[in-house]
Design a protein. Structure first.
Length: 116
């Protein structure tokens, strides 16, 4: 497990409404001069990417900003987070900066995560 944990003040996982999950393609394909392409696994445990949202207030938004910029060094470091489908704690990394939108004092934050 990673030495960094998701802040307990933030929602513990992504909302299931609108959640998207997709495995990175683990198969390496090589075209041959004749016949079908050859295929082999690049790795035995492919990463799974998730895109989803959390809803936070202003204080939580600032905490998430600090977590992203300082704690994970702009998403470069791994952290422990609850998988939104299995609800098990796993290692994740941010794939992109959090995307924020505001409505009536609340923020909907879209996160792109990579389960490692």
């Amino acid at each position: 497990m990673a030495s960094i944990s998701w802040p307990v003040e933030l929602p513990f996982t992504l909302r299931t409404e609108g959640l998207k999950g997709q495995y990175k393609d683990p198969v390496l394909r090589t075209d041959m001069d004749m016949g079908p392409p050859k295929a082999r696994l690049r790795y035995t445990r492919p990463a799974k990417n998730y895109t989803g949202t959390i809803i936070v207030d202003e204080q939580q938004r600032r905490l998430l900003d600090y977590f992203y910029r300082i704690t994970t060094r702009f998403g470069a470091l791994r952290f422990n987070f609850t998988n939104p489908q299995s609800l098990e704690v796993r290692e994740f990394r941010l794939k992109a900066p959090p995307d924020e939108s505001s409505t009536a004092g609340r923020y909907t934050i879209t996160l792109q995560l990579e389960e490692l």
